[in-house]
Structure formats: structure tokens, C-alpha cells
Design a protein around this ligand. Structure first.
Ligand SMILES: Cc1cc2nc3c(=O)[nH]c(=O)nc-3n(C[C@H](O)[C@H](O)[C@H](O)COP(=O)(O)OP(=O)(O)OC[C@H]3O[C@@H](n4cnc5c(N)ncnc54)[C@H](O)[C@@H]3O)c2cc1C
Length: 322
């Protein structure tokens, strides 16, 4: 769909071509790219949209390798089932889809979530946790995924499916504070390569598309003014991006990554367990007077986190969320 749009706008889409290096002139200005095809491609400006690993930008010294606490590793499987079976299992009609997110023992205390979403003839099932937490815990991503698939709430949803695809991919999770330099002489960087990912809302595609569009608009404006693609002129891209929802949202949650990284056990294990117990206490009909249930729920929260811990967690979460 995108390729058709791009071609319709008059651009050339060059597939099966790897950019091996940025081409630069004697002053260091980016003037195009070298590829694994013969000859390079000259350009007024290069838009780096190379994804989270950002090898070209890193090699060129435009950004550092993302820190392990600023990237999550997600593993995912695609479970194929007939469309009507998916619709029946998830109670879907027409164009409806279903998303299930799982927090709790599934991530073994690491900052991360399990996820399931329905596509037309497949179900995407996966789990992602911070790389720094995988490194510290020595947990295996696939062991977590296997446990997720075996969970009594998930197993019946995928029974009889055929796994035809699987993937492992990094997700930028460092937020506002992890955004690298976004422009320079002859280059700008967009999307995951610029770490533009809103981990709180699990949005990345829309931030990638919007930053790409804004980069295009900034470059078109500079061209229309017949100005060169210098660092100074390309700062327009950052100025425009700063005014968009992309940076506004990331700025809003700028303290969340550090909070979740350093308190993952509480937020991804203790609280989901306590809330789950509280919900069970609330709905279970077992002849226990409600006042006793409420006392038990309150006592469980205080035992797990102490009064001071509960207040402190609430304040820190509220401050990071605002
Ligand atoms: C498991 C998972 C679930 C996700 N769920 C969601 C979701 O529900 N909602 C959401 O909004 N976002 C989601 N995201 C995030 C979203 O996928 C990314 O934010 C988005 O794809 C980033 O787009 P991008 O174009 O910047 O990078 P990418 O999609 O990574 O594209 C970069 C492209 O550049 C190519 N490339 C890299 N280097 C070179 C080179 N040297 N030469 C040529 N080509 C190169 C790569 O092959 C790749 O095709 C999810 C990500 C993962 C991993």
C-alpha cells in the first residue's frame, strides 16, 4: 500500500538493496548512500528510517547504540486459523478485532507484557521485556512465550492453530530521554531509528509514519525556499516534530521508563497479583462477609508494599504519568 502511494507520488522504490554506508563529502556532509549494488545514490538529503538497530546512524557517529534498559526484546508467533474460527472464539463480527494484554507473573518480574491480537486469518501472540532485565535474570524469551501459550486463558484461544511465522525484534522503550540527535548536515532520522516509540501506549507505527511525514514536509519547505540541506536548515524538522503529538506524548511520559525500569517487580508482578486477588475477593460468592473480604484485600496490599510503599508508589506513578 505504501509502495503504491510512494510510486504514485513519483518516487522510485528500490527493493532488495542494502545501504552499506552513508556517502559523505570532505566536510562530513551526507551526500547520499553506498549500497550493495554497483554505484551509489547521490541525494540532497538522506532520511534515515532504518529501524531500531540504526546501524548506519551508529556507524556514522550520529547516535549511540541504545542502552539495554532503553530497548525491549519482543518475541512473537503468528498462529494461523480459519477466519470463522477466530471470529467465533473471540466473538467478533465484521471488521472487529480483539487485543489482549497480559501483565503479571508472565514477565517474571521484568518490565514487560504479553500480548495477543487477532488478524483476519491469524493470531499474533508474543511477549516483550526490557533487554536489561533479560540480561540480569537470564530468562529466555522463548520460555516466557511458551509459558504464555500454555496459560489456561490463552491455550484454548490458539488450539489447533498452525504457526507459520515467528519473529524477534527490538522495540525502543527509552522514551523522550533516549531520543538521539535528529538532524545534521544532509541527514535526518525518523521512526524507530530515532527511538520515537511510546511504550506506555504501545504506539510506534504511527510515530514512525508521522515523523517521516514531518521530515518530508520540512525538506519540501527548505527546498521551496531554495536553501541547502545544512544542519541549520534541517533543524526545521526538529522544530516541527517538537510541536507534534509525537514529541508532546513522549515528553509527557519522560519519567516513566526510569520508573518502570527500576520498579519492575512492583509494577509488573506485585500489583497485578494484588489487583487480581482483589478482583477475585470482590466477585467470589463464598459466604464470607464483605467487610472481612475488604479487610483481607487491604491487609494484602499493606503486607506486600507497606503503607509508606503504597503512598510512595502512587505518588511516583502520578508524577511520572502527568
Ligand atoms: C512485536 C512488536 C509489536 C508491535 N506492536 C505495535 C503496535 O501494536 N502498534 C504500533 O503502533 N507499533 C507497534 N510496534 C512498533 C512498530 O512496529 C515500529 O515502531 C515501527 O515498525 C517502526 O517503523 P520504522 O519504519 O521506523 O522501522 P521498521 O519498521 O523497523 O523499518 C525499518 C526498515 O529499514 C530496513 N533497513 C534497516 N537497515 C537498512 C539498510 N542498511 N539498508 C536497507 N534497508 C534497511 C529494515 O529492513 C526495515 O524494513 C511493534 C513492534 C514489535 C517488534
Amino acid at each position: 500500500w505504501f509502495s503504491r502511494k510512494v510510486r504514485a507520488a513519483g518516487a522510485i522504490v528500490l527493493c532488495e538493496t542494502t545501504v552499506t554506508e552513508l556517502a559523505r563529502d570532505a566536510s562530513g556532509k551526507v551526500i547520499g548512500v553506498h549500497t550493495d549494488r554497483a554505484g551509489g545514490i547521490r541525494a540532497d538529503v538522506v532520511i534515515l528510517a532504518e529501524g531500531v538497530n540504526g546501524l548506519l546512524g551508529t556507524r556514522a557517529g550520529f547516535r549511540k547504540v541504545p542502552k539495554p534498559e532503553a530497548v525491549a526484546l519482543a518475541v512473537k508467533e503468528m498462529h494461523f486459523l480459519p477466519e470463522e474460527v477466530i471470529a467465533e472464539r473471540f466473538g467478533l463480527t465484521g471488521d472487529q478485532g480483539c487485543v489482549i494484554e497480559a501483565a503479571g507473573t508472565i514477565s517474571r518480574g521484568m518490565a514487560g507484557l504479553g500480548f495477543l491480537y487477532t488478524n483476519k486469518e491469524s493470531i499474533s501472540l508474543g511477549i516483550g521485556c526490557l533487554v536489561s532485565h533479560f540480561a540480569a535474570s537470564l530468562e529466555s524469551p522463548y520460555a516466557l512465550l511458551d509459558a504464555f501459550k500454555d496459560h489456561p486463558s490463552i491455550r484454548p484461544l490458539i488450539v489447533g492453530s498452525e504457526i507459520k511465522e515467528y519473529a524477534a525484534h527490538l522495540i525502543p522503550e527509552g522514551g523522550f530521554k533516549a531520543i538521539p540527535q535528529l538532524f545534521g548536515d544532509g541527514w535526518v532520522v525518523v521512526g524507530d531509528a530515532a527511538q520515537l516509540n511510546n511504550a506506555v501506549h504501545r504506539e510506534g507505527s504511527n510515530l514512525a509514519m508521522t515523523s517521516g511525514r514531518i521530515a518530508g514536509e520540512a525538506i519540501a519547505t527548505i527546498k521551496s525556499r531554495k536553501r541547502p540541506m545544512t544542519r541549520d536548515n534541517l533543524s526545521l524538522y526538529k522544530a516541527m516534530l517538537d510541536k507534534s503529538f509525537v514529541v508532546e506524548d513522549l515528553r509527557k511520559y519522560k519519567d516513566m521508563p526510569a520508573l518502570l525500569h527500576t520498579n519492575s517487580r512492583n509494577f509488573f508482578m506485585t500489583y497485578p497479583r494484588l489487583l487480581s486477588q482483589a478482583a477475585q475477593n470482590f466477585v467470589r460468592v463464598d459466604g464470607t462477609p464483605k467487610i472481612e473480604k475488604e479487610r483481607a484485600t487491604k491487609a494484602a496490599f499493606i503486607k506486600a508494599r507497606s503503607r509508606w510503599g503504597l503512598v510512595s508508589d502512587a505518588v511516583r506513578l502520578a508524577l511520572a504519568w502527568r
